[in-house]
Design a protein around this ligand. Structure first.
Ligand code: GDP
Length: 363
């Protein structure tokens, strides 16, 4: 599955947010197994109103959402890249995530100490990014040394690696994150394998005071501007509200939300933003036993989409029977869609679309 790492300076609201995420997940546990894996790792359901709609039409006995993993990565402070204290472990944790959710303190509260004694989310973001850049530089130097001999020996992979590492190094030495390096399609795989921290997409999570949850505030507006300039994403959220909501029953939670002027929980927006940031999309499998959502990257071909369910589906792929979500819903189910000629047979070259309802035929 896809993993988002939650990072941020101390006292910005990371734990509050992570606890809200996992408590919400725990509340869904009845039809949603494997929620909490480790104390700092939680799986959450990706909210998608389409799934319930499909299940209703097909009278599915079970509804199984697709999931996203959140990892609470504590311990990022100035100097983390030097490997002091928890630093190293923490950097190793970041290497393993697909994207970073960077929580920024956008709330004023004299009772909550700020490590730098001021509220400045843009400066905080720079502090963290600097640590990540330093960590990347250090690992690049180490790796360049490690491959010297192979490069001299003319090892093709090592030569490619060296070239990419040097491009990243030049970017970082210019004070910029490695994600700004322009990488050719044929280098993309090797580039991703480098797992540089500053190549991960970032979702800035602006943690604001409860009364600013709907509109944001001046600080979150600054973050929005920064995110847009970087090509990253941002969401405005009140970790405290999310904490409160996570303790309420569904009905109460809805009332509470509308009182706050919010259309949906911030956590839902956070998860959806993460999904968008990673260019992920959803397809569905629907039957009387279960209606289920599956996550794939945009542009995934049918056999690889089948492989998400089971490796054998990919290996033995014959074809996919496909109904678009809108057709399924408008016509009122699989049989009706089939009769209306809206069920297509697609082969190995088919690019799965968001919302496709699929059956895979395999050997
Ligand atoms: P972490 O160190 O980043 O994990 O931060 P915590 O989640 O432990 O939060 C630090 C403190 O800030 C706690 O006392 C929280 O209750 C408080 N806090 C978190 N979010 C908000 C907020 O939006 N507004 C206010 N006033 N306090 C908050």
């Amino acid at each position: 599955g896809f993993r988002m790492g939650i990072v941020g300076l101390p006292n910005v609201g990371k734990s509050t947010l992570f606890n809200a995420l996992t408590r919400t997940a725990a509340a869904q546990a009845a039809n949603f197994p494997f929620c909490t894996i480790e104390p700092n790792v939680g799986e959450v359901a990706v909210p998608d109103a389409r799934l319930a709609r499909l299940a209703e039409i097909a009278k599915s006995a079970q509804v199984i959402p697709t999931r996203m993993t959140f990892v609470d990565i504590a311990g990022l402070v100035k100097g983390a890249s030097k490997g002091e204290g928890l630093g190293n472990q923490f950097l190793a944790n970041i290497r393993e995530v697909d994207a970073i959710a960077h929580v920024l303190r956008c709330f004023e509260d004299d009772d909550v100490t700020h490590v730098e004694n001021r509220v400045d989310p843009v400066a905080d973001a720079e502090t963290i990014e600097t640590e990540l850049m330093l960590a990347d530089l250090e690992s690049i130097e180490r790796r360049l040394q490690n491959i010297v001999r192979k490069v001299r020996g003319g090892d093709k992979e090592a030569v490619q690696q060296e070239r990419l590492l040097k491009e990243a190094q030049a970017m970082l030495e210019a004070g910029k994150p490695a994600r700004l390096v322009e990488v050719d399609a044929e280098d993309m795989k090797a580039w991703r394998m480098l797992q540089l921290l500053t190549t991960k997409p970032v979702l800035y999570v602006c943690n604001v005071e409860e009364e600013n949850a709907a509109e944001g505030n001046a600080q979150s507006a600054r973050v929005a501007e920064m995110a847009a300039a970087e090509g990253n994403a941002h969401v405005v959220i009140s970790a405290k509200i999310e904490e409160e909501i996570s303790q309420l029953e569904a009905e109460e939670a809805e009332m509470f939300l509308s009182e706050m002027g919010l259309e949906e929980p911030g956590l839902d927006r956070l998860i959806k933003a993460g999904y968008g940031l990673l260019h992920l999309q959803t397809y569905f499998t629907v039957g009387p036993k279960e209606a289920r959502a599956w996550t794939i990257p945009e542009g995934t071909l049918a056999p690889q989409a089948a492989g998400v369910i089971h490796g054998d589906f990919e290996k033995g792929f014959i074809r996919a029977e496909t109904i678009a979500y809108d057709d399924f819903v408008e016509l009122g189910g699989e049989q009706a869609a089939k009769e209306a000629g809206k069920m297509r047979a697609e082969g190995k070259a088919y690019t799965v679309k968001d919302g496709d309802v699929l059956h895979f035929l395999h050997s």
